[in-house]
Design a protein. Structure first.
Length: 288
């Protein structure tokens, strides 16, 4: 992306409409991740492969269903550190690559391009294929895809968001700093986005979840995450009843997915109440 910074800087001055069109196309591009990078870093249980439309995935274990939802330019087994612990806890784990990601087929926009709405639809299709979700773990933009699916009617008993993307206006700021465009291209981009999808701010997590009946949520976020704002997860605590936050220092945006202690916290959170166990019980210690 650095190589196209000079054109953006020039287009900001002389042809902002063209710059906005180029930015709009860039926004929906999915970075290709080499297969060797996507290879699991640890041994996994035996898997059953599946395909639902363009989506390709794997199922592991038996029991209540837990879905792993990757973020933008991610892949299902990017969350592979959760698979074995969840299976050992008695869950059936579903991982998948959303359209135009990983091993999946191209999405509606063609090879290497997708949208958050398509990611949300992919999650809904996978759940429709495999069955109701007891639990779900989503990384980064996968949290937004999950929230959009919740708004469309998806039901989940318990959820974990890791390094959640809570506001795409921040992502646009990062694009501006990296590519070198200014307010004229930005305004043109936002106009194009609104024309096709509605205002960009409507995809902020607080707006997406407004008015929904929300399940218990564990948020995990590194304080120094350079890609998604830790403060966004802090703010979400006040907007999501039944949520709590676990933090780390120095793990960044991706290594936080592989930290053994945080992985175990996520697994324990999903296992606190399995389907059929009856209502959760609040125990209080009373002083004598």
């Amino acid at each position: 992306m650095q190589r196209i910074r000079p054109p953006f800087a020039l287009l900001e001055r002389v042809a902002p409409a063209l710059g906005a069109a180029l930015l709009y196309r860039t926004w929906f591009q999915v970075r290709d991740v080499p297969e060797k990078v996507r290879a699991p870093r640890a041994g996994l249980p035996e898997a059953t492969p599946f395909q639902v439309g363009a989506v390709r995935g794997r199922a592991y274990g038996e029991g209540p269903l837990v879905y792993l939802v990757h973020g933008w330019a991610g892949w299902g087994l990017q969350l592979g550190a959760y698979v074995a612990p969840l299976v050992e806890q008695g869950f059936r784990v579903i991982t998948y690559d959303a359209p135009s990601h990983g091993d999946a087929d191209p999405g509606e926009l063609g090879p290497g391009r997708s949208t958050m709405l398509e990611a949300a639809e992919a999650l809904q299709a996978v759940v429709a294929e495999h069955g109701p979700a007891h639990g779900l773990i989503a990384h980064s933009g996968g949290a937004v895809a999950t929230a959009l699916a919740l708004r469309a009617g998806l039901k989940v008993e318990r959820m974990v968001f890791v390094a959640a993307a809570t506001d795409f206006s921040e992502t646009l700021d990062q694009f501006a700093a990296l590519l070198g465009f200014g307010p004229r291209i930005r305004a043109g981009f936002l106009s194009r986005f609104k024309r096709d999808f509605g205002p960009l701010e409507d995809f902020a997590l607080p707006k997406v979840i407004a008015g929904l009946d929300l399940p218990p949520l564990l948020l995990i976020h590194d304080r120094a995450d350079p890609e998604t704002s830790y403060q966004g997860s802090v703010a979400l605590l006040d907007q999501w009843p039944g949520s709590r936050l676990e933090t780390s220092d120095g793990l960044g945006h991706r290594r936080v997915l592989r930290d053994a202690a945080l992985v175990q916290q996520a697994v324990d959170f999903l296992a606190e109440r399995a389907p059929g166990d009856g209502p959760a019980v609040v125990r209080e210690t009373m002083g004598e």
